[in-house]
Design a protein around this ligand. Structure first.
Ligand code: G3H
Ligand code: ZN
Length: 283
């Protein structure tokens, strides 16, 4: 059934576990995430990023409508989350499109501007009944920037500043920069677990980990134990899908039926979703 993000994240936080939010780009991603969650027997989040909307000719509704239908038909709770929103126009489409939550991303702005923009977004979101996540510190690797720039000095989230930011903006969850980076194709990131624990101690909202494709299983489970309640995964599904399709087409150069290679790509994503949920999914 269609669930609400706030409920799933709160349930995970209470269980000292995490709900996994998978970025979906195509209908095959949507179907694979739901099938993987059903196989694992855990709730899951389907998240659509502003970048994915841009890829879909700027239109949110076609993929969102499909995601809502998939969530309603699912045997496990599935919620919809709008990810990395910078555009106010897109933000305002969230409630009507079936989303129960948004991540408002003004992290590129200087602190005071990030706070002001996020506070305004949070006021609007709460008036609509939406759960809202924001980011403080810079999780690098967005928009094609180098994936590892999260390791640059100043890129990490400061606990004192984070406390002031959460209190001042009224957000329901905070995405933190603790050595994580977006779009990593190897699982080699090393998190600052001490900083993560200090952030968890300083804040009374759930913490969100972005760029989770770059983390090995042990890093992920330690991050969840350290206070992460929402784990965002995007690139890992693309690695699975694209790798499977590349192998299939290399072995079958005469293939033309798109169902054949999309099906192989979708199956590879189902396996990755099931595997990851086994490592970190909510019980
Ligand atoms: O918001 C999306 C996530 O942070 C995905 O990051 O593609 O590196 O797994 P990833
Ligand atoms: Zn992200």
């Amino acid at each position: 059934p269609l669930a609400a993000t706030g409920d799933l994240v709160a349930g995970a936080a209470t269980a000292r576990s995490a709900v996994v939010a998978f970025n979906v780009i195509t209908l095959e991603h949507v179907e694979a995430v739901v099938a993987g969650a059903e196989a694992a027997g855990t709730p899951v989040l389907l998240q659509i990023s502003e970048n994915a909307v841009r890829f879909r000719y700027g239109r949110l509704l076609p993929l969102a409508r499909a995601a809502v239908a998939a969530a309603r038909a699912a045997a496990v709770p599935v919620a919809l989350h709008l990810d990395h929103v910078q555009s106010d126009e897109l933000l305002r489409q969230a409630p009507e499109a079936g989303f129960s939550s948004v991540m408002y991303d003004a992290s590129r702005l200087p602190y005071a501007d990030n706070l002001a923009a996020t506070r305004a977004a949070a006021e609007w979101a709460h008036a609509q009944g939406l759960w809202i996540e924001a980011e403080l510190g810079q999780v690098g690797g967005k928009d094609g920037r180098p994936p590892l720039d999260a390791h640059a000095p100043g890129a990490r989230t400061d606990p004192g500043e984070a406390h002031a930011f959460v209190t001042g903006s009224g957000v329901d969850a905070l995405a933190v920069a603790v050595g994580n980076a977006h779009a990593m194709t190897e699982r080699t990131a090393a998190l600052d677990h001490d900083l993560l624990k200090r952030l968890a101690g300083a804040l009374d909202v759930p913490l969100v980990l972005h760029g989770s494709s770059g983390l090995a299983d042990a890093e992920l489970t330690e991050a969840v134990a350290g206070g992460i309640a929402k784990v965002n995964v995007g690139t890992a599904l693309n690695i699975a899908m694209t790798g499977a399709i590349r192998d299939f087409l290399a072995a079958r150069p005469e293939a033309v039926d798109s169902r054949k290679y999309l099906g192989v790509g979708r199956e590879a994503m189902v396996e990755e979703v099931t595997r990851l949920l086994g490592v970190i999914g909510t019980p």
